[in-house]
Design a protein around this ligand. Structure first.
Ligand code: FES
Length: 365
């Protein structure tokens, strides 16, 4: 307590009230005035034997962090990418478990190591900090530099090369770990986004002497006759015949998601076939990709009275009577149309979509 705080009789007066925190120079003066001593057990003099023990523990934790980070990278490159990558729900779960577990272990080991270092190897003293003008004065800067150097010296980072090196070792692969995640941006899709299973189904059907691939109802897998879909204003989801039976199990979901198509029966007096697509419909029955051209949600809502197809995600709206052109919302392109025909009374597709389905992507050109 400073003499300024004593009353006229020399008794200690009320303590000076400090609003905020003082500057480093003023802080030193205050500490001297208040004579704040370090808590018992910590101080300038560390017990060297226990410090050595703590140092070994900290170094071990840093080595664990290093090993976990390296294992993260090794797993990512060596295991999670095996057999065609991390696709599929069970593969994603397995890799999430391992990658997440290893990353967590690395961060935990690093955090425990730093905590033990601070608590067991550094002296403890109250630190106060004052809000100050952005441009500090010379005295403050000098005091800060002094504090900083004292703190650096106190942390032992200069005196304990083992800790310094193992910390750097632990931090290096941890810093690289997020970079290897960039690998998930590849491989490039190349031509795979340009085609759907409709193309393959049509080729197979034509190889058997047919005109095209039959449309099957999503859910029942039953081929659809024109007579089954004769009420104007109806809408149904269809897929190419054979998609579930002929594809390997792990490809069915992906191919379904790309080939999924909505079939709409538009009254003849309201339908406006687009130029060059006059024969792509069957008595007003048209087929459009169900994958929204904005960011790929299923454009699954159909308004019978207006013949609008709505995407529930961001309200893009497409006009089913007019080549599924965008009339509202953020989508930039019409829904691609599938050319239809009839064979033996069944609705068929005569080719794949003529353009990529779904959102725009960098290779669309
Ligand atoms: S995904 Fe359809 S509007 Fe955004």
């Amino acid at each position: 307590m400073s003499d300024d705080n004593k009353d006229t009789a020399g008794r200690p007066g009320p303590r000076e009230r400090v609003i905020g925190t003082p500057s480093p120079a003023r802080e030193k003066a205050l500490l001297a005035e208040d004579d704040i001593s370090a808590p018992a057990g910590v101080g300038d003099q560390l017990d060297e034997a226990s410090a050595k023990r703590a140092e070994r523990i900290v170094a071990t934790l840093f080595l664990v962090a290093f090993a976990a980070s390296v294992a993260f990278i090794a797993y990512f490159i060596g295991w999670s990418g095996r057999d065609g990558g991390m696709h599929g729900v069970s593969r994603a779960r397995e890799s999430n478990l391992w990658l997440g577990g290893l990353m967590a272990l690395s961060f935990l080991a690093l955090a425990f190591g730093v905590t033990i270092w601070v608590r067991r190897l550094m002296t403890s003293k109250p630190i106060v900090q004052e809000r100050h003008e952005l441009a500090a004065d010379e005295e403050t800067r000098a005091a800060f530099t002094e504090d900083f150097l004292e703190g650096a010296d106190d942390s032992g980072i200069t005196k304990r090369p083992l800790l310094r090196r193992t910390l750097l070792l632990a931090a290096a692969p941890l810093g690289l770990a997020p970079l290897v995640l960039l690998r998930d941006l590849g491989p490039l899709p190349e031509k795979r986004l340009r085609h759907t299973y409709w193309g393959e189904a049509v080729k197979k059907a034509q190889a058997e002497g047919k005109k095209g691939a039959r449309l099957v109802v999503d859910g029942t897998n039953k081929p659809l006759r024109v007579s089954d879909f004769s009420s104007p204003g109806s809408m149904i989801t269809v897929l190419p015949e054979g998609i579930e039976e002929e594809l390997p199990e792990d490809q069915v979901l992906t191919q379904n998601a790309k080939a999924v198509t909505i079939l709409i029966n538009i009254p003849a007096d309201q339908f406006k076939p687009a130029k060059g697509r006059e024969n792509w419909h069957v008595n007003g029955i048209v087929a459009y990709s169900k994958v929204c051209t904005h960011v790929g949600c299923p454009a699954a809502l159909y308004e019978q009275t207006t013949h609008h197809i709505l995407c529930p995600c961001h309200q893009s709206t497409f006009d089913a009577t007019d080549a599924a052109k965008v009339i509202f919302g953020p989508a930039a392109r019409s829904l691609p149309q599938l050319p239809l025909s009839v064979e033996d009374g069944y609705l068929i597709a005569t080719s794949d979509y003529h353009e990529p389905v779904g959102p725009s992507f960098w290779e669309r050109g």
